[in-house]
Design a protein around this ligand. Structure first.
Ligand code: ADP
Ligand code: MG
Length: 355
């Protein structure tokens, strides 16, 4: 399977830069998610890899070969789009064998390959059905089988699950990942859904405004965001504005338990990022021990196994907030209006210069 190297890819429309000198490498058999808000350039980048769009500058190298000037048909890539793009007048089986048929594969082989792929996507019984007789999730399975039928070097998926309801989406996430692992095919999946990106990828490439901000494993993206945008975009949590005073982080003159990096200058403005699962709560009984901050429970939201407690920090202006995710049975005693102490481990918050 193919390695991919994107080098200094740029693209503008009417003088407006959509992709800004972007570099990305994929190893063979890897699944990388392009994750970013709507309009950040994900689809444009995917279509440049596929060959539907020519970059203004930069190169696309697949399996060691520069394909930048090649048309899509010469690149051997399988694509799946958000909207069901099946041929409506063909059965599922005929949709899947369409690619091999056009490529001149013999009829028996077309059919046997299509049947194998329908089995792979769990649709053995549905080969004779037309798209309108299949659910949205089943249609996307057919689209995946059709993309794989041409034995592509790469699989390119543009928000393939966005149009599906939550339950089917969760199921198909696992299915796509299983099939991608089974076939070992190098895959780029575009999504704006962070849960999808974190749960499916070998690595996540976080994009904003035509730039790649961080490319790393899901755990590294979540735990060690390298950039304020990544820290805010991925996962939930509080962002508290602070300053570095005598090597410690203060928010409105309250010393916060956090590790300031040695390269943070005295007086430097920083943001403190605190994930809800790191925040511990206990009832307030008068004094505030060092390392804890006083807060009031604002509201609680029940999510089944866990409850998210929204807090307003005391002794701070304009109601700085903090969130704590607690196992629901522990959260029951923290009713709105109760006064609490919030604390966390020193290593838990991430401190980044404010920009
Ligand atoms: P995403 O897939 O991340 O939502 P796109 O790659 O579709 O983003 O679009 C990135 C930006 O480029 C958007 O601002 C979009 O409006 C613009 N854009 C995309 N295609 C064209 C085009 N053919 N002509 C002009 N602007 C375009
Ligand atoms: Mg898009």
């Amino acid at each position: 399977m193919a390695t991919v190297a994107l080098r200094r890819i740029s693209k503008s429309y009417s003088g407006r830069q959509v992709l800004a000198s972007l570099d990305l490498d994929l190893t063979s058999g890897e699944l990388v998610c392009l994750l970013g808000p709507s309009g950040c350039g994900k689809t444009t980048l995917l279509r440049i890899i596929a060959g539907f769009i020519r970059p203004d500058s930069g190169t696309v190298v697949v399996a060691g070969k520069d394909v930048t000037a090649l048309p899509p048909a010469a690149r051997q890539m399988g694509m799946v789009f958000q909207s069901y793009s099946l041929f409506p007048n063909m059965t599922a089986l005929d949709n899947v064998r369409f690619g091999p048929r056009v490529a001149g594969v013999g009829k028996e082989q077309q059919v046997s390959r299509a049947r194998e792929l329908l089995a792979l996507v769990g649709l053995t019984e549905h080969g004779e059905k037309f798209p309108h007789q299949l659910s949205g999730g089943q249609q996307q399975r057919v689209a995946l089988a059709r993309a794989l039928a041409v034995q592509p070097q790469m699989l390119l998926l543009d928000e393939p699950l966005s149009a599906l309801d939550a339950q089917v989406r969760a199921q198909l996430r696992e299915e796509i990942r299983r099939i991608q692992r089974a076939t070992g095919i190098t895959t780029v999946l575009v999504t704006h859904d962070q849960e999808e990106a974190l749960s499916m990828s070998d690595r996540v490439a976080v994009m904003n405004e035509g730039r790649l901000l961080q490319v790393a494993t899901p755990a590294a993206i979540y735990r060690e965001p390298a950039d304020p945008f990544v820290a805010r975009f991925i996962g939930a949590g509080a962002v508290l504005p602070g300053t570095i005073e005598k090597g410690a982080v203060r928010v409105a003159h309250v010393a916060m338990l956090a590790r300031a990096a040695s390269d943070h200058a005295e007086g430097c403005a920083v943001d403190l990022y605190i994930r809800p699962e790191h925040v511990r709560l206990e009832s307030m009984n008068g004094h505030i021990p060092p390392g804890s901050v006083a807060a009031e429970v604002n509201e609680t939201t029940f999510f089944g196994s866990l409850t998210r407690v929204k807090l307003t920090l005391q002794d701070m202006p304009d109601g700085h907030g903090l969130w704590a995710d607690l196992p629901s049975e522990q959260a029951d005693r923290f009713k709105p209006g109760s006064r609490v102490l919030a604390s966390w481990d020193e290593a838990a918050p991430r401190v980044m210069p404010r920009n």
